[in-house]
Design a protein around this ligand. Structure first.
Ligand code: F3S
Length: 393
């Protein structure tokens, strides 16, 4: 019979095969690609094989959204398969948090190693907390959770982990959620290389609220292969990185560049003007608890014809209710089976997330998808998400 040690060595071979020999211990793993809609039967079999081998994770391991809220498993054809995936992951020892913002529910430590695979979360913990993780494919983060180690890829090596690109953003005001996503897209599309790490200096305070920061990083990580960007006075260790950044500015972005892109791809509207054929989707990445509560208490009292769905983690459950707002836990629209219902019930989808817009436009061809800047939503988020901490210069 093969020993557990042999089995783990065999798993580490997955990394060796792609050229990595040196390994470091991790604090936690976060596994993406666990929605049955995404991974299908092949992915399910991979997880089943690991569970049947009786392998267990050696560290805290969490996972991304599923294809449906856990309470609705019996309501869809994919539900049974999704339930099996979740039960298998639990058997392996994965904490099935089903959210893409695990960093809001745990302590992430600077300069420690992690094996995370959700790109927006990877960008967040690398860039804000200076945690060290590559953007691993989902199966490799599961393997890393079991071995308790990651290979030392370039981005987690001290000697490679420094900004190569100095970017100055001449903003005249803090950016809202859509503007932030667009900025992430502009920078991510220009510098796509794994080690093209930007160091960004903003003229004014950069983001209006926490959702704007999350949208910026999610968009950046969607368009770039680089999982880290350093933001002056926002990133925890920015001084360490500033010392190693070249002083020659490679890219200047001013508000006109951002405004032009905003006009190209977004609609500025009041939510009162949207009709009942419209669905507004908020929560890519998943909304923080304070944002959810703010939206429900501010917008829930108004008469709105369009439906609004808010996506978040089940740790952000709230007792607040509203007839015209639906809070959806454990899933995200892009990887969910709710899309069938949406197709038969709505003609247009509006989102304030550039990442969501990019992926949904690829998956859903028969519905109109637009990026929406709604004054009411932006004001609500600004009022209650609090200001981001600016660090001492
Ligand atoms: Fe999260 Fe889904 Fe967006 S996993 S970052 S809500 S595409």
């Amino acid at each position: 019979m093969t020993s557990l040690r042999d089995k783990i060595e065999k798993l580490k071979d997955a990394f060796r095969k792609i050229g990595y020999e040196e390994f470091v211990k991790i604090e936690s793993a976060h596994i993406s690609g666990i929605s049955y809609i995404n991974i299908g039967d092949i992915g399910l079999e991979f997880i089943r094989d690991i569970a049947e081998e009786k392998l267990k994770v050696r560290t805290l391991a969490t996972c991304n959204p599923a294809c449906i809220c856990a309470e609705d498993f019996d309501k869809s054809i994919e539900g049974a398969k999704q339930r099996e995936i979740i039960e298998l992951l639990r058997k392996i020892g994965v904490s099935t948090w089903l959210t893409c913002i695990p960093y809001e529910h745990m302590r992430v430590r600077r300069e420690r190693y992690y094996a995370w695979s959700e790109s927006s979360a990877v960008a967040f913990i690398n860039s804000i907390y200076d945690a060290y993780t590559d953007k691993l494919p989902g199966p490799l983060s599961l393997i890393a959770a079991i071995t308790g180690e990651i290979p030392k890829t370039d981005i987690v090596r001290e000697e490679e982990r420094y900004p190569r690109i100095l970017i100055k953003v001449y903003n005249d005001r803090p950016l809202n959620t859509v503007e932030s996503g667009i900025l992430g897209m502009i920078i991510g599309s220009k510098y796509r290389g794994n080690l093209e790490i930007p160091y960004i200096i903003f003229k004014k305070y950069p983001f209006k609220n926490i959702e704007a920061l999350k949208n910026f990083l999610a968009a950046f990580a969607t368009f770039s292969n680089c999982p880290l960007t350093v933001i002056e006075r926002i990133s925890i260790n920015y001084k360490k990185y500033r010392e190693r950044t070249c002083t020659e500015c490679k890219l200047s972005i001013d508000m006109r560049d951002i405004d032009r892109k905003v006009r190209e791809i977004s609609i500025i509207s009041s939510i009162k003007d949207l009709d009942k054929n419209s669905l507004i989707i908020l929560g890519c990445p998943h909304l923080s608890k304070r944002s959810i509560e703010a939206i429900v208490s501010t917008l829930g009292n108004r008469y709105i014809k369009a439906s609004t769905w808010l996506f978040t983690s089940r740790f952000n459950k709230t007792s607040l209710r509203s007839a015209n707002l639906k809070i959806v836990y454990d899933t995200c629209l892009f990887v969910s089976s709710y899309i069938r219902f949406i197709r038969s019930s709505f003609e247009k989808i509006y989102t304030n997330s550039i990442k969501q817009y990019y992926y949904l436009s690829k998956r859903v061809k028969d519905l109109e998808i637009d990026v929406l800047i709604a004054k009411e939503i932006e004001e609500t988020l600004n009022n209650v998400s609090g200001t981001l901490l600016l660090r001492d210069v």
